[in-house]
Design a protein around this ligand. Structure first.
Ligand SMILES: [Fe+2]
Length: 525
């Protein structure tokens, strides 16, 4: 029996996987905090012998190299990737003899990156059980194709379409599709389906890469691309270098004097408490990033590279969770922490605060006096509908464009309240008077505020036709954070498969490009 367990990282919208026959295990696309994977393997009493990367990730630092070193597993990375560490290079057509009753077939699936690979888990009889699709075929979507530069986006989108077709042609309908991205990740080109599982057959019926012709697919994919976190630019090079395991031990507790010194030095003091509690009273100069699934991508996006971070939380557990989240995206080792309440941290200094209101209150205020509405959502959200007369400054651009924020009474909003609270704390730290709207944007029109649409004409990309950006709906991420090992599953249980045979599964062989060669794992068992 082959059992496949998924390891969720909801804050990044990603999944990793551990597949085992009960004795040995392979791991696909592990996040950097590998203690979750090691703990799961220990819990199951299995030995990790293979670690596989579908691609050099752009949204997180991998734990693959550290996991392979800790467990002695073979580390499989595309042979076409230039990396600075020893690995077992794999290419299209390779076969990894994973276990006596199972094997893995390597399929080149360029699109998300040029060197992207998918891994088909099959019994030795040749019956595929599941395919680890990384950033190629997602649930009702595909991985975005602009992470290696906008100039490659159209070319890679075409490759993505062909890779999806290849997977669909190669694999039977009942094969489970197990992507890495698409669960809220910015790596999805378009919003993924909310399904918790999928198969090749289901994707044939709903995935735009499989239901649309290539030209329309490419046009729609490019039209759906919006800004992605700035830290992505550092992840690919970091993964090519080979990240080590993070140090997740808690840093020292900072007292009031040290906190004051750090604020004065321009460092970031990040308050993890709920956004409404933060608004009601916080250490002057601190920034509010409520602990939740939005913390890592938003803080990682806004934090200037190299800026020391001190984490403020009510408990050491809150701080430890945030530290783990940030280590996944390469924000290692907070400079310090402080736990308790802001009164403890301020040591008698007055706390800062700002009001929190809703869209109904904004509508009321606009009837009475002149106020500025600041919308900090991304471009596509703004284009899909915004309050008439509002000023638009995406949150990730706010710090660099503070001079463009009008003076006077400032009401800041986003889609659901998180980004507005972050923006309010940034604006207040810049000595602006601000009111944060903690409300769903859908309530704006209900409150009587005029909401208008403003389609954006995008510049052609690499010869593609001009397209208009469509209405998109932001995925509202739940405000809970995984603490420690997060395991769901088994999501797939395959049959017991017969002993190894030398020939490739016929279906896979038909799908391979010419010249594919067989490679067997170097790890004995
Ligand atoms: Fe990716």
């Amino acid at each position: 029996m082959i059992e496949i367990l998924q390891i969720d990282t909801p804050s990044l919208g990603d999944r990793s996987y551990l597949a085992t026959d009960g004795t040995v295990a392979l791991v696909v696309d592990p996040q950097r905090d590998i203690d979750r994977v090691v703990g799961l393997a220990a819990e199951r009493g299995v030995r990790i012998t293979h670690v596989l990367e579908t691609h050099l990730h752009n949204d997180y630092l991998t734990g693959g190299l550290a996991l392979a070193r800790e467990t002695g597993a073979a580390y499989h990375v595309s042979a076409a990737d230039q990396v600075a560490f020893d690995r077992v290079p794999v290419s299209d057509g390779d076969v990894l003899e994973f276990a006596p009753s199972a094997r893995v077939q390597v399929l080149a699936t360029p699109g998300h990156t040029f060197t992207h690979l998918a891994y088909v888990l099959a019994g030795v009889s040749g019956d595929p059980v599941a395919v680890f699709t990384g950033g190629s075929l997602l649930f009702g979507a595909t991985g975005r194709t602009d992470l290696l530069g906008a100039a490659h986006a159209a070319e890679l989108a075409r490759a993505q379409h062909a890779s999806a077709a290849r997977l669909a042609a190669a694999l039977p309908d009942q094969v489970a599709v197990l992507p890495t991205h698409g669960f809220g990740s910015f790596c999805a080109a378009t919003p993924a389906a909310s399904a918790n599982s999928s198969t090749i057959g289901e994707e044939k019926a709903r995935n735009p890469a499989l239901t649309l012709g290539v030209d329309r697919f490419v046009a729609e994919l490019l039209a759906g691309l919006d800004a992605y976190p700035a830290y992505y630019a550092r992840m690919g090079p970091g993964n090519a270098t080979g990240p080590g395991a993070p140090d997740l031990s808690l840093p020292h507790q900072a007292g009031p004097a040290e906190l004051r010194r750090r604020v004065a030095a321009g460092e970031w003091l990040v308050d993890l408490r709920s956004r409404r509690v933060f608004a009601a009273g916080h250490l002057a100069g601190s920034l509010g990033f409520e602990l939740g699934n939005t913390l890592a991508p938003q803080l990682g996006w806004l934090l200037p590279a190299g800026t020391p971070v001190t984490l403020l939380g009510e408990t050491a557990g809150q701080v430890a969770t945030a530290q783990r989240e940030l280590a996944r995206i390469g924000v290692d080792r907070p400079a310090a922490i402080a736990t308790g309440q802001p009164e403890d941290w301020a040591a008698g200094e007055p706390l800062a605060s700002f009001p929190v209101r809703d869209f109904a209150a904004l509508a009321s205020a606009r009837r009475e006096r002149r106020v500025t509405v600041l919308d900090v959502r991304r471009n596509l959200e703004w284009a899909a509908g915004h309050v008439d007369g509002a000023v638009h400054l995406p949150l990730h651009e706010l710090a660099g464009r503070l001079g463009e924020v009008p003076v006077g009474e400032l009401w800041v909003h986003c889609q659901a309240g998180y980004r507005a609270a972050v923006a309010a704390s940034l604006l207040q730290a810049a000595h602006r008077q601000v009111i944060a709207i903690d409300d769903d944007f859908g309530h704006a029109s209900e409150a009587g505020l005029p909401v208008v649409m403003e389609p954006v004409v995008r510049e052609p990309v690499a010869g593609e036709p001009v397209v208009r950006e469509p209405v998109v709906q932001e995925q509202v991420v739940q405000a809970s954070v995984a603490q420690g090992p997060v395991v769901q599953g088994p999501v797939v249980q395959g049959p017991v498969v017969p002993p190894p045979v030398a020939s490739k599964p016929a279906r896979l062989a038909a799908a391979q490009s010419s010249g594919g060669r067989r490679r067997t794992s170097a790890v004995p068992w």
